[in-house]
Unconditional design. Structure first.
Length: 188
């Protein structure tokens, strides 16, 4: 049975009143749950902007990495499509280039999940579109694999890496073409 973590539960729900009370009672904003998430990871993943603000203001580490996969709160926010939370994290010093255990940066996760708005935010803030993860995948590989056309268009406009092969020897175009999506092959 999983342990009970009231700060995490309040962060997931965005219950700012409960968070405020628990923090005032001495609960640490850096405590980790059984999945090694901090309350900030939980609030970021769920798009709880007010909870994120409160936690950051109470000393939460915007660059805390989960021990299970190395994700930061920014990885979680962008993968779940929470642009407002991602903006807040970036403004608070979140590392746009933080790598998780698979070598993925937040832009890889936004591209994989098809989160166009957060991918656009990250590229506008200088995210490295040429970064390869531990498997040789660029963010473009992740977008192509899942046929996220808007993100593929965004990343191909900004990059000249259409011919980069990942460790499995596939280019982004070859991944996009896996499903006979001839209409998107013009991007490559």
């Amino acid at each position: 049975m999983k342990s009970h973590f009231p700060l995490h539960e309040a962060a997931f729900k965005g219950d700012v009143e409960q968070l405020t009370m628990l923090i005032a009672e001495g609960f640490s904003v850096t405590v980790r749950d059984d999945w090694t998430r901090t309350p900030l990871h939980c609030a970021a993943q769920e798009g709880q902007c007010q909870a994120v603000e409160l936690l950051i203001g109470s000393g939460a580490d915007v660059n805390a990495k989960m021990e299970t996969d190395g994700d930061t709160p920014l990885h979680r926010a962008v993968a779940w499509g929470h642009k407002d939370v991602a903006e807040l994290l970036l403004a608070s010093g979140a590392d746009i280039g933080a790598r998780n255990d698979d070598g993925r940066k937040p832009l890889h996760d936004a591209a994989f999940a098809g989160q166009y708005d957060t991918a656009k935010l990250l590229t506008a803030n200088g995210a490295d579109i040429d970064a390869q993860d531990n498997y040789g995948n660029l963010p473009l590989h992740h977008a192509a694999w899942n046929v996220h056309e808007e993100i593929m268009a965004l990343l191909t406009r900004h990059a000249s890496h259409k011919a980069v092969r990942n460790n499995a020897r596939f280019t982004p175009g070859e991944l996009a073409g896996k499903g006979n999506h001839k209409d998107i092959m013009d991007l490559f």
